[in-house]
Write a protein that binds this ligand. Structure first.
Ligand SMILES: [Zn+2]
Ligand SMILES: [Zn+2]
Ligand SMILES: [Zn+2]
Length: 227
Protein backbone atom coordinates (compact mmCIF):
# COMPACT_ATOMS: atom_id res chain seq x y z
CA UNK A 1 0.00 0.00 0.00
CA UNK A 2 1.15 3.54 -0.71
CA UNK A 3 2.11 5.75 2.18
CA UNK A 4 -0.49 8.40 2.79
CA UNK A 5 -0.18 12.11 2.43
CA UNK A 6 -2.44 14.55 4.18
CA UNK A 7 -5.90 14.63 2.63
CA UNK A 8 -5.32 11.45 0.69
CA UNK A 9 -7.49 8.47 1.53
CA UNK A 10 -6.57 4.81 1.26
CA UNK A 11 -7.68 3.58 -2.11
CA UNK A 12 -8.04 -0.14 -2.21
CA UNK A 13 -10.24 -1.98 -4.67
CA UNK A 14 -13.65 -2.62 -3.10
CA UNK A 15 -13.21 -6.34 -3.72
CA UNK A 16 -10.34 -6.36 -1.24
CA UNK A 17 -12.41 -4.59 1.41
CA UNK A 18 -15.29 -7.01 0.86
CA UNK A 19 -12.95 -9.96 1.29
CA UNK A 20 -11.39 -8.51 4.45
CA UNK A 21 -14.92 -8.02 5.76
CA UNK A 22 -15.75 -11.64 4.98
CA UNK A 23 -12.60 -12.95 6.69
CA UNK A 24 -13.66 -11.02 9.81
CA UNK A 25 -17.33 -12.11 9.81
CA UNK A 26 -16.39 -15.73 9.08
CA UNK A 27 -14.07 -15.75 12.05
CA UNK A 28 -16.87 -14.26 14.16
CA UNK A 29 -18.93 -17.30 13.20
CA UNK A 30 -16.07 -19.58 14.15
CA UNK A 31 -14.44 -20.66 10.92
CA UNK A 32 -11.59 -19.44 8.77
CA UNK A 33 -11.43 -21.62 5.69
CA UNK A 34 -10.69 -20.38 2.27
CA UNK A 35 -13.34 -22.29 0.30
CA UNK A 36 -16.28 -20.94 2.30
CA UNK A 37 -14.77 -17.47 2.05
CA UNK A 38 -15.09 -17.51 -1.72
CA UNK A 39 -18.34 -19.48 -1.83
CA UNK A 40 -21.57 -17.59 -2.55
CA UNK A 41 -19.77 -14.33 -3.05
CA UNK A 42 -20.58 -11.76 -5.68
CA UNK A 43 -16.84 -10.99 -5.80
CA UNK A 44 -15.42 -11.97 -9.16
CA UNK A 45 -11.95 -13.46 -9.31
CA UNK A 46 -11.93 -14.12 -5.58
CA UNK A 47 -8.67 -16.06 -5.71
CA UNK A 48 -6.93 -13.15 -7.37
CA UNK A 49 -8.10 -10.67 -4.72
CA UNK A 50 -7.19 -13.09 -1.97
CA UNK A 51 -3.69 -13.21 -3.40
CA UNK A 52 -3.62 -9.41 -3.58
CA UNK A 53 -4.51 -9.22 0.14
CA UNK A 54 -1.74 -11.70 0.91
CA UNK A 55 0.71 -9.62 -1.15
CA UNK A 56 -0.28 -6.50 0.83
CA UNK A 57 0.37 -8.58 4.00
CA UNK A 58 -3.18 -8.07 5.21
CA UNK A 59 -3.92 -11.80 5.35
CA UNK A 60 -1.93 -14.97 5.74
CA UNK A 61 -3.00 -18.02 3.75
CA UNK A 62 -2.09 -21.19 5.62
CA UNK A 63 -3.18 -24.20 3.64
CA UNK A 64 -6.96 -24.13 3.79
CA UNK A 65 -7.07 -21.34 6.38
CA UNK A 66 -7.14 -17.60 5.83
CA UNK A 67 -5.95 -15.53 8.79
CA UNK A 68 -5.74 -11.78 9.34
CA UNK A 69 -2.28 -10.33 9.96
CA UNK A 70 -2.04 -7.55 12.58
CA UNK A 71 -2.29 -4.97 9.75
CA UNK A 72 -5.25 -6.83 8.24
CA UNK A 73 -6.89 -7.01 11.64
CA UNK A 74 -6.71 -3.24 11.92
CA UNK A 75 -8.10 -2.66 8.43
CA UNK A 76 -10.86 -5.26 8.75
CA UNK A 77 -11.92 -3.91 12.14
CA UNK A 78 -12.20 -0.40 10.64
CA UNK A 79 -14.29 -1.71 7.72
CA UNK A 80 -16.62 -3.61 10.04
CA UNK A 81 -16.90 -0.58 12.29
CA UNK A 82 -17.89 1.69 9.39
CA UNK A 83 -20.31 -0.90 8.02
CA UNK A 84 -22.12 -1.54 11.30
CA UNK A 85 -22.28 2.12 12.35
CA UNK A 86 -23.74 2.93 8.93
CA UNK A 87 -26.33 0.19 9.47
CA UNK A 88 -27.31 1.81 12.77
CA UNK A 89 -27.52 5.23 11.18
CA UNK A 90 -29.69 4.10 8.27
CA UNK A 91 -31.85 1.71 10.24
CA UNK A 92 -32.50 3.69 13.41
CA UNK A 93 -32.09 7.34 12.59
CA UNK A 94 -32.95 7.56 8.91
CA UNK A 95 -35.43 4.66 9.23
CA UNK A 96 -34.82 3.28 5.78
CA UNK A 97 -35.84 -0.28 4.90
CA UNK A 98 -33.49 -3.17 5.58
CA UNK A 99 -32.74 -3.61 1.87
CA UNK A 100 -31.66 0.03 1.68
CA UNK A 101 -29.50 0.09 4.79
CA UNK A 102 -27.75 -3.16 3.96
CA UNK A 103 -26.79 -1.80 0.56
CA UNK A 104 -25.79 1.64 1.87
CA UNK A 105 -23.70 0.20 4.68
CA UNK A 106 -21.67 -1.78 2.17
CA UNK A 107 -21.03 1.42 0.21
CA UNK A 108 -20.00 3.40 3.28
CA UNK A 109 -17.62 0.83 4.72
CA UNK A 110 -14.73 1.78 2.44
CA UNK A 111 -12.04 4.06 3.88
CA UNK A 112 -12.10 6.40 0.88
CA UNK A 113 -15.80 7.09 1.50
CA UNK A 114 -15.92 7.81 5.23
CA UNK A 115 -12.94 9.37 6.93
CA UNK A 116 -12.02 8.39 10.48
CA UNK A 117 -13.23 11.80 11.61
CA UNK A 118 -16.65 11.28 10.02
CA UNK A 119 -16.84 7.79 11.54
CA UNK A 120 -16.12 9.19 15.03
CA UNK A 121 -18.78 11.85 14.53
CA UNK A 122 -21.37 9.24 13.53
CA UNK A 123 -20.34 6.99 16.43
CA UNK A 124 -20.62 9.86 18.95
CA UNK A 125 -23.90 11.01 17.43
CA UNK A 126 -25.30 7.51 17.93
CA UNK A 127 -23.99 7.29 21.50
CA UNK A 128 -21.22 4.74 20.73
CA UNK A 129 -23.60 1.83 20.10
CA UNK A 130 -22.22 -1.60 21.08
CA UNK A 131 -23.98 -3.57 18.34
CA UNK A 132 -25.39 -3.27 14.82
CA UNK A 133 -29.10 -3.91 14.12
CA UNK A 134 -28.26 -7.59 13.51
CA UNK A 135 -26.91 -7.77 17.07
CA UNK A 136 -23.26 -8.12 15.98
CA UNK A 137 -20.59 -6.20 17.94
CA UNK A 138 -19.29 -2.91 16.55
CA UNK A 139 -15.50 -2.66 17.02
CA UNK A 140 -14.57 0.28 19.26
CA UNK A 141 -12.86 3.37 17.94
CA UNK A 142 -10.84 5.99 19.81
CA UNK A 143 -14.05 8.03 20.37
CA UNK A 144 -15.67 5.19 22.35
CA UNK A 145 -12.99 5.07 25.02
CA UNK A 146 -12.20 8.76 25.37
CA UNK A 147 -13.13 9.86 28.83
CA UNK A 148 -14.48 13.24 27.93
CA UNK A 149 -16.87 13.41 25.05
CA UNK A 150 -16.65 16.69 23.22
CA UNK A 151 -19.84 16.19 21.21
CA UNK A 152 -22.87 15.75 23.42
CA UNK A 153 -24.20 12.46 22.12
CA UNK A 154 -27.47 12.61 20.32
CA UNK A 155 -28.45 9.14 21.38
CA UNK A 156 -27.67 7.93 24.91
CA UNK A 157 -28.34 4.74 26.85
CA UNK A 158 -31.54 5.07 28.87
CA UNK A 159 -29.45 4.47 31.99
CA UNK A 160 -27.81 7.88 31.39
CA UNK A 161 -31.09 9.70 30.78
CA UNK A 162 -32.26 12.09 33.46
CA UNK A 163 -35.30 11.55 35.59
CA UNK A 164 -38.48 13.29 34.40
CA UNK A 165 -37.21 14.37 30.97
CA UNK A 166 -39.00 12.96 27.93
CA UNK A 167 -37.17 10.65 25.54
CA UNK A 168 -37.89 8.72 22.41
CA UNK A 169 -36.47 5.21 21.94
CA UNK A 170 -34.10 5.18 18.97
CA UNK A 171 -32.84 1.60 19.08
CA UNK A 172 -32.45 -1.35 21.39
CA UNK A 173 -29.64 -3.88 21.65
CA UNK A 174 -30.90 -6.80 23.74
CA UNK A 175 -28.86 -9.95 23.31
CA UNK A 176 -31.93 -12.08 22.68
CA UNK A 177 -35.05 -11.63 20.67
CA UNK A 178 -37.30 -13.05 23.35
CA UNK A 179 -36.45 -10.08 25.54
CA UNK A 180 -37.19 -7.75 22.64
CA UNK A 181 -40.63 -9.34 22.24
CA UNK A 182 -41.34 -9.03 25.95
CA UNK A 183 -40.44 -5.34 25.88
CA UNK A 184 -42.58 -4.80 22.77
CA UNK A 185 -45.57 -6.18 24.66
CA UNK A 186 -44.97 -3.41 27.22
CA UNK A 187 -44.87 -0.87 24.40
CA UNK A 188 -41.10 -0.44 24.74
CA UNK A 189 -39.88 -0.38 21.15
CA UNK A 190 -38.09 2.01 18.79
CA UNK A 191 -40.20 5.13 18.28
CA UNK A 192 -41.85 4.76 21.70
CA UNK A 193 -41.92 7.70 24.11
CA UNK A 194 -40.43 7.01 27.50
CA UNK A 195 -39.70 8.73 30.78
CA UNK A 196 -37.81 7.63 33.88
CA UNK A 197 -39.68 8.08 37.17
CA UNK A 198 -36.95 6.72 39.39
CA UNK A 199 -33.57 5.06 39.04
CA UNK A 200 -33.13 3.77 42.57
CA UNK A 201 -33.67 1.31 44.20
CA UNK A 202 -34.87 0.04 40.83
CA UNK A 203 -35.88 1.58 37.54
CA UNK A 204 -39.47 2.66 37.09
CA UNK A 205 -40.19 3.75 33.53
CA UNK A 206 -43.27 5.34 32.13
CA UNK A 207 -44.05 4.20 28.64
CA UNK A 208 -47.21 5.60 27.17
CA UNK A 209 -49.76 5.51 29.97
CA UNK A 210 -48.22 2.64 31.90
CA UNK A 211 -45.49 2.46 34.51
CA UNK A 212 -43.18 -0.52 34.39
CA UNK A 213 -40.31 -1.65 36.60
CA UNK A 214 -37.23 -2.71 34.64
CA UNK A 215 -33.93 -4.34 35.59
CA UNK A 216 -30.83 -2.18 35.19
CA UNK A 217 -29.53 -4.78 32.76
CA UNK A 218 -32.53 -4.23 30.47
CA UNK A 219 -32.31 -0.45 30.76
CA UNK A 220 -28.72 -0.54 29.49
CA UNK A 221 -29.93 -2.05 26.20
CA UNK A 222 -32.33 0.80 25.44
CA UNK A 223 -30.99 3.85 23.56
CA UNK A 224 -32.93 7.08 23.54
CA UNK A 225 -32.82 10.68 22.44
CA UNK A 226 -34.32 13.63 24.21
CA UNK A 227 -37.53 15.04 22.78
ZN1 LIG B 1 -19.72 -4.95 2.73
ZN1 LIG C 1 -25.20 -5.74 10.92
ZN1 LIG D 1 -17.45 5.78 19.58
Amino acid sequence: MKSLKCGEAVTRPHEMDELLERVWTQREQGYENRSSLLENTPIEEGERWLQALANEKLIRIQGENVLLTPAGEKEASAIIRRHRLAERLFADVLKTSEAVWEREACELEHPAVLTEEAVSAVCSFLGHPPTCPHGRPIPHGPCCSEFKRDIAPFVIPLSEASVADHYKIVFMTPENHRRLDRLAVLGIMPGGLIRIHQKKPSYVIQCGETDVALDAEVVRDIYVKKV
